[in-house]
Every structure is written in C-alpha cells, then in structure tokens.
Ligand binder design. Structure first.
Ligand code: GLN
Length: 204
C-alpha cells in the first residue's frame, strides 16, 4: 500500500540523462518501487514509465544509440501510463521545433522548445490541472517548452492563466512542460499512475 492508499506499483524512469533521480525519490516517498531504466530489456517488468526532464537533444540521441526508440513506442502502445516531463514531453510530441533528430513521437501535440524567453527561463506558477483535486498545482518551469497545439485524440489538461497550454493527455500518455518532481506535491504523480485505470471510453 502507498501513502495515498493505492496499490504499490513498479515505475521505471528513463535514466539516460536528466533529473531521473528526483522522480525516483518522489515515487519512493509515495511507497512505489522505482527503477532507473538504462536498457530496453528493463521495460517489460514495469507498470508505468516516466521520461524525465533534461536536455531533449541529448536524451533523443541516447534513445537512438541505445536502441530505445522502438521499445519505447511499443511500451506506449501497451496502455501502461507514460509521462514525459519537460524534455520528456518534447520527446513524446509528434511535432517539435528545432529538435535535430526524432524522439518517440507518439502524442498528437506540437511543442515549442525553450519557449518562455531568456528572462523567465525558470519560473513558478499556479496551474489548474483538470481532474486534479485539492486546488491549483504549484508548477516549476525550467527552460520549459510550450505546447502550441493539441490535436485529437490528445486533450488539454492544464493551462497557465494566459491560456498557454502546459499539460496534455492522450489516453495513457501525459505530457507536462513543468517539473512536478521538484515540488513536495505528489498529486500529479498519483494522477499519472491512475491513467491506466481510466475507463475504456477515454482510452485511445
Ligand atoms: N530546454 C530543455 C530542452 O529543450 C528542456 C528543459 C527541461 O527539461 N527542464 O530539452
């Protein structure tokens, strides 16, 4: 059993580059088993997968050189929850500006890298996340991407006050341009792990 009363599951965090440790620590605090994933063969044993923030061009390069692209696409198609935070969201998008090689390309979203400009490369903001109880989520943005377009079957999950899209979902897949693993708030991690339990009607 976990802190929030759900069954403990095994969650992988793609650990090629970026802030995988922070996700692992958050998931462990919640009472889940967290595994740093460095080889495609580790994917099979997982109930869910996080693709962390970091440098998307570097992670994309390592995905290709470690033979992860096909296995990650296959994992996304199994219906198990997959969550990309920041660079991870860039890698899940089918359309990205200025990414010099393919990522995983499974979500019907268009993403603009480093979209918030120099002065505000890092900032915090309260975001309203649809379906998340307990009030706004304090979100940390670090050289964050902006989600410019969300096409069906993907749907918008969170926006900033000015309407900028910062989270989207497509069935079992979630993309956030911010870093919930850097706050003490585990609600989005719990929300993500619940994506596999969604009614069949809203799975895609
Ligand atoms: N700017 C980074 C990129 O484009 C993402 C930043 C992050 O993951 N915090 O890869």
């Amino acid at each position: 059993m976990t802190l929030n009363g759900t069954r403990a599951v095994t969650v992988g965090i793609l650990a090629l580059q970026g802030d995988f440790r922070e996700h692992r620590e958050m998931l462990e605090r919640m009472g889940h088993r967290a595994v740093e994933v460095r080889k495609p063969s580790q994917l099979e044993a997982l109930d869910a997968l996080v693709i962390p923030g970091g440098e998307s061009t570097t992670i994309a390069r390592l995905i290709l050189s470690n033979g992860f692209q096909g296995p990650l696409r296959a994992f996304c198609a199994t219906g198990r929850p997959v969550w990309g935070t920041c660079a991870g969201a860039i890698l899940l998008a089918k359309e990205v500006d200025r990414l010099d090689r393919p990522g995983i390309e499974v979500m019907e979203i268009s993403v603009h890298r480093n979209a918030f400009g120099r002065q505000v490369e890092s900032f915090e903001a309260d975001v309203e996340v649809r379906g998340l109880e307990g009030g706004p989520f304090r979100a940390v943005f670090i050289r964050a991407p902006r989600i410019d377009a969300v096409r069906p079957p993907a749907e918008v999950v969170a926006t900033l006050a000015d309407g900028t899209i910062v989270a989207a979902r497509q069935g079992n897949m979630l993309a956030t341009s911010f870093h919930p693993e850097l706050t003490g708030d585990s609600r989005l991690h719990a929300y993500f792990l619940g994506l596999a339990e969604a009614p069949a009607g809203i799975r895609h």
